[in-house]
Design a protein around this ligand. Sequence first.
Ligand SMILES: Nc1ncnc2c1ncn2[C@@H]1O[C@H](COP(=O)(O)OP(=O)(O)OP(=O)(O)O)[C@@H](O)[C@H]1O
Ligand SMILES: [Mg+2]
Length: 402
Amino acid sequence: MKSPSPESVKLLVTTVQELSLARDLDTVMKIVRTAARKLTGADGATFVLRDGDLCYYAEEDAISPLWKGSRFPMDICISGWAMLNRQPAVIEDIYADSRIPADAYRPTFVKSLAMVPIRTIDPIGAIGNYWAVQRQPTEDEVWLLQSLADITAVTMENVNVYAELEQRVKERTLQLEAINKELEAFSYSVSHDLRAPLRAIRSYTEILQEDHVGNLSDEGRRITNKIIKGATDMGLLIDHLLTFFKTDKKELAKTTIPMKTMVTDIVDTLKIPEKERNIEFHIGEMPDAKGDPSLIKQVWENLITNAVKYTGHKEKAVIEIGNHNNGKGNVYHVKDNGAGFNMQYYDKLFAVFQRLHTAEEFNGNGIGLATVQRIVHRHGGQIWAEGKPGEGASFFFTLPSF
Ligand SMILES: Nc1ncnc2c1ncn2[C@@H]1O[C@H](COP(=O)(O)OP(=O)(O)OP(=O)(O)O)[C@@H](O)[C@H]1O
Ligand SMILES: [Mg+2]
C-alpha cells in the first residue's frame, strides 16, 4: 500500500489550502507547478493544459528550461498520451520508450519522468515530474502527483465557475446601470415637461381667484386655494427632483470652501419662524474643505433644515454643527435633539422618496438626503447617520482632502 511521507502529506494539505483561495488559472498553475516539484523532490515539474488537439506547456519549475510556452500535438507528446489514455505515464528511461519524442528531450536534462492527467474522466491537462538521473518513479510519488492533479481538477472547475459568475455579475451590473440611467433620463424629461402645464394650472387658478372673485362662492375660493397649494407643492417637488438629477450631471467646480463661514451664512439666512421656535445653534470651528461650493452648500442646507424641521416638536432645540477626527480623518457633523429615527429603517434614509416620518408628523418629500448622499459620493466622500426615536439624530460626512 501507499505510504507517502508525513512531510509530503503536509505539503499536499498546505497546497489544498492555497488552492482553495485561488481565483484564477494563473495562480492555480503557479501553486501547482511548485507543489508538484516539491512533493516528489523532482528536478522539474510542468503544468500542461489541453488546448484542443494540442498540449500547451503553460508553466514549469525546473533546474533548467523545459518547454514552457510550447504547444505539441496530443499524439506525439507524453502529456497527450496521459490525457488520451486517462492514466499516468511512468517512465524510467525516456530514450527507451516509444511514446517519447526523443528529439524534444535531447536538449533537456530529463532522464526519467512521471506524467499524470488532470481529471481522469475527460482530462483537461496534465502534470509532469522529471528527473535528471535515471530512476524509476515510485508508486508513492505517482500517487502524490495524481492526488495533486485530482485537487487541481476540482480547483480549475471552481475557478471557471467563479470567473463565469464574476462575468455575469459584471454584465448584470452594466445592464442595471444602463437601465438606471435610462430611467433617470426619462424621469428627468418627464419632470421637466410637467413644469409648463403645472405653471398654467397655477396661473389660471390665480387669475380665476383675482379677476373672477365675484363669481366664486366661499367653497369655490376654498377649492381654488387648494388647487394653488397643490400646484405649488408639486412645483417644489419637481424642482427638488430636478436638482437631485442634476447633481449627477453637473461638472464639479472644486475650490477651497471655508466651511464655518458657509455654515454660519446658511444658519443666518435660514427661514425659521424664530419667534415660534427656541433653537440653540452651536457652530464649532471647522477646517476648510475642497469641493464644489454650490453643491456642498446644498449638503449643509439639507442637513441643517432637516435638523430644524425634525426638532420642530421640541420645547428647546439644540443643533450642533462641527467636526471631529474619527481616527481616519476629518468628519463633519450635524447633530440635533429632535424626533430622531429608528435605525431599523436606516436603509431607507438616503433613498429617494423614502421617509421615516409621516406627513402628519413632519412634511417633506424625501429627496433631501438622497441629494446630499449623491453630492457627497460624487466628491468621493462618505455619509452616514445615527438616530434614536425621541432622542435626536446625527449626520456625518467626509470629503477627501485632495
Ligand atoms: N435630523 C433628522 N432627524 C430625524 N429624522 C430625520 C432627520 N433628517 C432626516 N430624517 C428622516 O429621513 C427622512 C429623509 O430625509 P430627507 O431630507 O431626504 O427628506 P424630507 O426631509 O422628508 O423631505 P425633503 O425632500 O423636503 O428634504 C425624513 O423623512 C426623516 O424621516
Ligand atoms: Mg429634508
